[in-house]
Design a protein. Structure first.
Length: 307
């Protein structure tokens, strides 16, 4: 018999019996290795059971959202395990005083035949707690942009309400200086009063605000320039040869820049008007200065007229 016939005969003779043997071998291998103990590491969510709100206690420590759990059990069971089959790890912190917590293996629900070998980390040290307090802090509003040419922002934006109530851990609340609102954009605005609702920046850490926005009003006025003229002589209208005490005054003028900057001393004439018909006498009279579209301030604003 040729060598090739011998090899072919070894593979094809009793082929059904040989295939059946191979099948039994694979099943036996699967049963043996599937029932062997194995390990698997899964991530489990932490659920903190915190004190009730009326306890006025808050946990300020950073807590990991998950822990790593090492499971032991049959390989097939572990391979088919899903996160929903385990659930989460609840940590009881109702007292609001614990500085250390150890994770309990028995609180993790696992399928029958599976055990919890290890939790990493096994617990949390140095838990920090603080009392919860409430106080009012002022609202801070800034201005962004530039009004239309010739106009300026008058004063500072006014917030309504002017304060917000902040609630949170005492250590964070006492150092908070203000609640910042969005910037008030005045780009291109002309003269007028502008109210807007502005959102308040979300507070950091464990703080909360009682409101999320405020109404802010900003006033836009014309840009003003100011110029002062000193020792201008006072003119008496109505009585010839009358004199004033003092004989001169200072005049401060504020108004649109193009008008104010163009003014010259000879254009500013302080005057008093006297209509008495008596031959002699004296009276106190206000000093009058008129400049169109401008505000005028005279020092002193009254003089004594003698004739």
């Amino acid at each position: 018999m040729a060598l090739s016939d011998t090899i072919r005969s070894a593979f094809t003779e009793n082929i059904n019996l040989k295939l059946l043997s191979i099948g039994f071998t694979l099943v036996l291998y699967s049963l043996v290795h599937g029932s062997q103990d194995a390990q698997r590491i899964v991530s489990v969510d932490l659920v903190l059971l915190l004190p009730p709100s009326d306890a006025n206690r808050v946990l300020v420590s950073q807590i990991p959202p998950q822990v790593r759990v090492t499971l032991r059990g049959p390989r097939t069971t572990l391979d088919e395990l899903h996160a929903d089959d385990i659930g989460n790890l609840q940590v009881d912190l109702h007292a609001g005083q614990d500085s250390h917590v150890t994770f309990d293996k028995s609180s993790i629900h696992v399928p029958t035949g599976v055990t919890v070998d290890q939790i990493d980390p096994p617990g949390i040290d140095n838990l920090q707690w603080d009392d919860v307090i409430t106080r009012d802090v002022p609202v801070q509003v800034t201005v962004a942009g530039t009004p239309a040419p010739g106009f300026i922002v008058k004063g500072v934006p006014v917030s309504d309400p002017p304060t917000v109530r902040v609630h949170g851990p005492k250590g964070e609340v006492v150092v908070l200086q203000h609640a910042r609102a969005d910037a008030f954009d005045v780009s291109g605005l002309t003269e007028g009063v502008y109210p807007r609702a502005l959102a308040i920046d979300r507070p950091t850490g464990h703080l909360t605000f009682d409101i999320r926005s405020v109404s802010v009003t900003t006033q836009i006025t014309r840009e003003l320039a100011e110029k002062t003229f000193t020792k201008l002589p006072v003119v008496v209208v109505g009585i010839a040869k009358a004199k004033t005490t003092p004989t001169d005054v200072d005049v401060r003028i504020s108004g649109p820049p193009d008008i104010v900057h163009a003014l010259r001393p000879e254009q500013i004439i302080p005057r008093v008007e006297e209509s008495s018909t008596s031959a002699t006498g004296s009276e106190t009279r206000p000093v009058i200065v008129g400049v169109d579209k401008c505000e005028v301030h005279v020092t002193p604003d009254v003089v004594v007229v003698r004739w």
